[in-house]
Design a protein around this ligand. Structure first.
Ligand code: PLP
Length: 456
C-alpha cells in the first residue's frame, strides 16, 4: 500500500489529489493541469507548502484561524476530551459538560440577551437552522404564513441548499435548483460599485429602505426575518455606509420581523470587538456563529438566540438537529479558543493596536495606480482594483479578472490574499504582529506592481 505523507514529492501528491479529491469552489480543469498547492504545516500566521515555501496567510485560512496556527493548548484540550468523552449527542434530553460550559460562556460573551445557543457543524448548517427556526417561531405564535426571509444580493450565508438560497450569489443559484421558495433578495449596500454620485450616507439609507419596500410589497404578514452579514465578507469585504444598519434595525422593529446577523466571519474579534454587532450597534434576535468560534481547529457553528425567540422554541419540540450538534470535542476546543482570545487579550489588542496599525499601512495602498479604494474594519480589509482611479470603473471583461491575476502574483510572492472579482480581500489571523503586517503590505504592493505590468 502506498504510504502518503508530507515527505512525498509534490507532483505525486498533486496527481493523487487530482485523481481522487473533488475540491469545493475549485475549477477542476485548472486543478488537473496546474495541481493543487499542498500545505504541509503552519505556525502563527505562516503556512509551509510541500516545496518548503513559507507563505504569509493573509486570510486566516477561510477567515477563521483567529488565534493563529499551531496552538498546543488547543491540541491538548482536544486530546483530553477525546479520551474522556469523544462523542455523545445532545438529542432527546441528553447533554454533556463541554456543551453546557460553552453555552454558558457564549451567553456571557454575546451582546444583550442572546442567551441561548443551538449548535451546528458549520455556518451553513447554522443558517439552515435559522431558516427553520424563524418559520417555526412564527408558526408557534400563530402566524404560519409569516415565512419569507429577506436577504441581500451578493450576500453569502453558506453552501447548503438552504444557506445557499439565503445567499445572493448568482453563480451558486445557477447550479442545483436554488434558491428555494420564500427567500427574497434585495440590493446590497455596496456604495463603491453601485453608489454612483450619491452621497454614501444617503446611499446607505436608500439600500436599507429597499428592505422596507420589499416588506410592503410582500406584505408584513408574510415576512419572517431579514438576514445580513454586518460586513459582507465573501462578497468582497463591503463595509456598509454608517447609516445602513441603524435604518435596517428601525425597519425590522417597525414591521415586527426578526433580525438575523450572520457573524460567521465578523464574530470573535474580527472587527476589533467580540462581535460585529457591537461595532455596528446592531441588536439581532439571532446571530449565526462559526469559524472564529473554534478558530477553525474543530468544525462547529451555531445560532445564538435571544430570550424571546428561545422561549417560543422551548415551548415546542423543534424537529431539527445534527448528529454533531454540540459535539463534545468541538465544544471543548471552542471553549479553549475563547479562553485564549480573552485571557491573552487578543480581541482587545486588535481593537486598540493591531487594527489601527494595519489601517495606516493598508490605506497606503491607495497610492498604487491600480487601487480605486481600500476599506478596513478591524482586521478585515479590501481594495478595489480599477483601470481609472477617479471613475471607480471596473476592468473590461477581456482584461481577465484583475483580482485573479493579482492573487496569482500574491501566491508567487508567498502571500495568501483572496480575490472577489476585482476586489482583493484580507482577513489575517488576529495574532498578526506589526512586522508581519509590514511584510503583508510589502508583498501586496509587489503583487500589485506585477499585476499592473501584466494588465497594461
Ligand atoms: N456565513 C458567512 C457570513 C460566511 O462567510 C460563511 C462562510 O464563509 C458561512 C456562513 C458558511 O459557513 P461554513 O463554510 O462554515 O458552512
Amino acid at each position: 500500500m502506498t504510504v502518503i505523507s508530507n515527505h512525498m514529492p509534490t507532483a505525486e501528491l498533486q496527481a493523487l489529489d487530482a485523481a481522487h479529491h473533488l475540491h469545493p469552489f475549485t475549477n477542476g480543469g485548472e486543478l488537473n493541469t496546474k495541481g493543487a498547492r499542498i500545505i504541509t504545516r503552519a505556525k502563527g500566521v505562516t503556512l509551509t507548502d510541500s516545496e518548503g515555501n513559507e507563505i504569509l496567510d493573509g486570510m486566516a485560512g477561510l477567515w477563521c484561524v483567529n488565534v493563529g496556527y499551531g496552538r498546543k493548548e488547543m491540541a491538548e484540550v482536544a486530546a483530553r476530551q477525546m479520551l474522556e468523552l469523544p462523542y455523545y449527542n445532545t438529542f432527546f434530553q441528553t447533554s454533556h459538560v463541554p456543551a453546557i460550559a460553552l453555552s454558558e460562556r457564549l451567553a456571557k460573551l454575546s451582546p444583550h440577551d442572546l442567551n441561548h445557543v443551538f449548535y451546528a457543524g458549520s455556518g451553513s448548517e447554522a443558517n439552515d437552522t435559522n431558516i427553520r427556526m424563524v418559520r417555526t417561531y412564527w408558526a408557534e405564535k400563530g402566524h404560519p404564513e409569516k415565512k419569507t426571509i429577506i436577504a441581500r444580493k451578493n450576500g453569502y450565508h453558506g453552501s447548503t441548499v438552504g444557506s445557499g438560497s439565503l445567499g445572493g450569489m448568482t453563480g451558486m443559484h445557477a447550479q442545483g435548483g436554488m434558491p428555494i421558495p420564500d427567500i427574497h433578495h434585495i440590493d446590497q449596500p455596496n456604495w463603491y460599485a453601485e453608489g454612483g454620485d450619491t452621497d454614501p450616507n444617503e446611499f446607505g439609507l436608500q439600500r436599507a429602505r429597499a428592505l422596507e419596500e420589499a416588506i410592503l410589497e410582500l406584505g408584513e404578514d408574510k415576512v419572517a426575518a431579514f438576514i445580513g452579514e454586518p460586513i459582507q465578507g465573501a462578497g468582497g469585504v463591503i463595509i456598509p455606509p454608517e447609516t445602513y444598519w441603524p435604518e435596517i434595525q428601525r425597519i425590522c422593529e417597525q414591521y415586527n420581523i426578526l433580525l438575523i446577523a450572520d457573524e460567521v466571519i465578523t464574530g470573535f474579534g474580527r472587527t476589533g470587538n467580540w462581535f460585529g454587532c457591537e461595532t455596528f450597534d446592531i441588536k439581532p434576535h439571532i446571530m449565526t456563529i462559526a469559524k472564529g468560534l473554534s478558530s477553525g481547529y474543530a468544525p462547529i457553528g451555531g445560532s445564538l438566540v435571544c430570550d424571546e425567540v428561545a422561549e417560543v422554541m422551548n415551548s415546542c419540540e423543534f424537529n431539527h438537529g445534527y448528529t454533531y450538534s454540540g459535539h463534545p470535542v468541538a465544544c471543548a476546543v471552542a471553549l479553549e479558543n475563547l479562553r485564549l482570545l480573552d485571557e491573552e487579550g487578543i480581541v482587545e489588542k486588535v481593537g486598540k493596536e493591531t487594527a489601527p496599525y494595519l489601517k495606516k499601512k493598508w490605506e497606503s495602498l491607495n497610492e498604487h495606480p491600480l487601487v480605486g479604494e481600500t476599506q478596513l474594519c478591524g482586521l478585515m480589509g479590501s481594495m478595489a482594483l480599477t483601470p481609472h482611479k477617479d471613475s471607480r470603473a471596473a476592468f473590461a471583461a477581456e482584461a481577465g479578472t484583475a483580482g485573479l491575476i493579482c492573487r496569482e502574483h500574491c501566491f508567487a510572492n508567498n502571500l495568501v490574499m483572496r480575490h472577489v472579482g476585482d476586489r482583493m480581500v484580507i482577513s489575517p489571523p488576529l495574532v498578526i504582529t506589526n512586522a508581519e503586517i509590514d511584510t503583508l503590505v510589502e508583498r501586496a504592493w509587489k503583487a500589485l506592481d506585477q499585476a499592473h505590468a501584466q494588465l497594461k
